[in-house]
Design a protein around this ligand. Sequence first.
Ligand SMILES: CCCCCCCCCCCCCCCCCCCCC/C=C/C(=O)SCCNC(=O)CCNC(=O)[C@H](O)C(C)(C)COP(=O)(O)OP(=O)(O)OC[C@H]1O[C@@H](n2cnc3c(N)ncnc32)[C@H](O)[C@@H]1OP(=O)(O)O
Ligand SMILES: Cc1cc2nc3c(=O)[nH]c(=O)nc-3n(C[C@H](O)[C@H](O)[C@H](O)COP(=O)(O)OP(=O)(O)OC[C@H]3O[C@@H](n4cnc5c(N)ncnc54)[C@H](O)[C@@H]3O)c2cc1C
Length: 581
Amino acid sequence: MRKLAEHNIPLREASITQVHSVLRDGNPLIVHTSMFANALASLANPKQQQQWVPLAEKNRIIGTYAQTEIGHGTFVRGLETTAIFDPETKEFVLHSPTITSTKWWPGGLGKTANAAIVMAQLYTQGKCYGPHPFFVQLRDFDTHHSLPGVILGEIGPRLGINSQDNGYLRFDHYRIPRTNMLMRHSQVLEDGSYVKPIHNKLSYGTMVWTRVAIVHSCSKKLACAVTIATRYSAVRHQSELVPGKPEPQILEYQTQQYKLLPHIASVFAILFSASSVLRMQRNVAASISKGNVELLPELHILSCAMKALSSQDSTQGIETCRLACGGHGYIASSGLPSLYTSTTCTITYEGENTVLLLQVARYLIKSYRAGLEGLPVLPSVMYLTAPSAMHQSPPLSNQALIEAFRISSANLVKETESRLCRQFNLEQNFHYAWNRCSVALVHCAELHSRYYMCEKFLSTVESIRASDRVRSVLQDLCRLYLIHHITLNQGHFLRSGTLSGVDLSTLEEEMYELLAKLRPQAVPLVDAFDFRDELLGSTLGAWDGRVYERLYEEAQKSPLNKTDVSKAYHKYLQPLMKSNL
Ligand SMILES: CCCCCCCCCCCCCCCCCCCCC/C=C/C(=O)SCCNC(=O)CCNC(=O)[C@H](O)C(C)(C)COP(=O)(O)OP(=O)(O)OC[C@H]1O[C@@H](n2cnc3c(N)ncnc32)[C@H](O)[C@@H]1OP(=O)(O)O
Ligand SMILES: Cc1cc2nc3c(=O)[nH]c(=O)nc-3n(C[C@H](O)[C@H](O)[C@H](O)COP(=O)(O)OP(=O)(O)OC[C@H]3O[C@@H](n4cnc5c(N)ncnc54)[C@H](O)[C@@H]3O)c2cc1C
């Protein structure tokens, strides 16, 4: 926090710095500096911002974002916490009517936060208007005691991020002023009348913003993992590549290159996609402030798609890096286990991935149908009904591979839409039919998202002007990424007829050549991510390569090594040894 102040970084921008990485196993202030700060910036009106933002900036108020309940995370409309407007006192009464309405999970809620943005069902004049955000003080700002009517606690140990206090929260008819409803987009007036927003999902804006931030953070986490595993693979020597010859660096093995290089490529693919979505988000935010919400659905879908793909890719990539380090990847001091546990949760939070991919699929099907009817569709999905352009590029060129992705994605949407129609004819109910097609629908969303990511990777690399040498290496890396994902999805390309069996064999050959060509670039590429050793926090991945010395030094810090004979010997082992059991 002192560093942020020194560099004049406002709170709402803190989460895009590396401040969150200071604590290895979760940061209790992450939701304060990210979601809470963003909710104030985007959901509060100017008067409310004047009131709370300076206090939050000075960390007098420490906030969290309390939406999820034990009973409902995904289905936001199903939240049970109520905020009922009392026109007599001009207050909202917050209440948790059931066990399932208990707020559950918010980061920092257990012990750190003294305030929260609470999402609750808004009732006024006897009518429910759905989930709305409220600023709620939870603890006394001086004593930190929870306030009467507020029941708070921590939810217990988790798979990871255990230095963050994820919490629970219940309200017992807890009263807050009317003006604590965040009123930038919708309002409840003094007489209780409701003023609706220009788009009814604007109150979900903080989730959209966070999904975009998560895409960036996934690229950073994966970059840390590939840095550790690649440097280690250059230090580690094992086995014989040629009998009788010295043990090679494990990075010489083609299988090791196959484990690492596609994930190094993935760091760039995710980062370039994140930058593109961030640009879109800034444009949409500017339009919203002028009253234009036309592009909001597109941003929602793109952020869902990229959050889902990047969290899945980075989690799998980090686990592959861990396995690529053999036994030493399993030790905590390698840094890889905590990278994994603090990344796998991004698959679940801020919208569980399957659920987000189904949102994308819904948009694809709607856009496809609209396109067939000649209705206008947004640019990112025009390709679904646009004529094929496969023949325009040289065979198997980068552009041809992108076109193959595009046509295969359009083909899959077309096939799945037909299946949906057939299923609808059988079921006579759209929702049952949708559920019976949902595995295929998720595949549609994944292929569309991969197409977007590949396209962003290629177009960004092609636009590099600063250095021909850098562009050339990144072109190879991008080519590897395209071919790698084509080989992983061969079925889609064969089904759509965009690539033949012979094409796929040719591409596979090229992939093996690229692994060898890129091998000398592996260490320079990860060095260029430029992580300080303190930030990597890894015995295996430090810049100087002193892996074995660091492992040994770190072992000396184990509390069990403070004495030669441990207490457990006297307490348990010795009695056991003497017991003749
Ligand atoms: C360029 C360089 C920049 C520099 C950057 C460098 C960066 C480097 C480092 C970066 C580090 C960053 C670190 C920050 C990380 C931050 C981590 C913070 C920690 C997070 C902790 C976790 C918090 C949480 O999890 S909070 C709780 C989140 N909960 C959810 O996400 C719930 C998921 N569910 C939903 O969102 C919805 O209910 C949903 C999407 C499932 C929709 O449900 P539905 O049944 O369809 O219902 P409905 O709501 O009625 O929708 C109908 C309609 O509306 C559309 N819709 C839905 N949502 C939206 C939306 N948000 N916006 C617009 N439209 C929306 C939906 O698509 C439907 O449309 P139609 O089909 O047209 O009807
Ligand atoms: C580490 C961590 C930190 C968190 N921090 C916060 C926080 O700060 N604030 C906050 O409010 N929340 C937070 N959460 C909660 C998080 O947002 C939810 O857990 C998440 O949105 C998923 O909801 P759920 O747990 O209800 O899962 P569920 O929705 O119950 O998912 C369970 C399964 O059901 C499936 N499913 C659910 N609905 C559908 C559907 N419509 N179609 C098909 N399949 C479906 C899912 O795909 C999944 O396989 C956090 C969670 C974690 C793990």
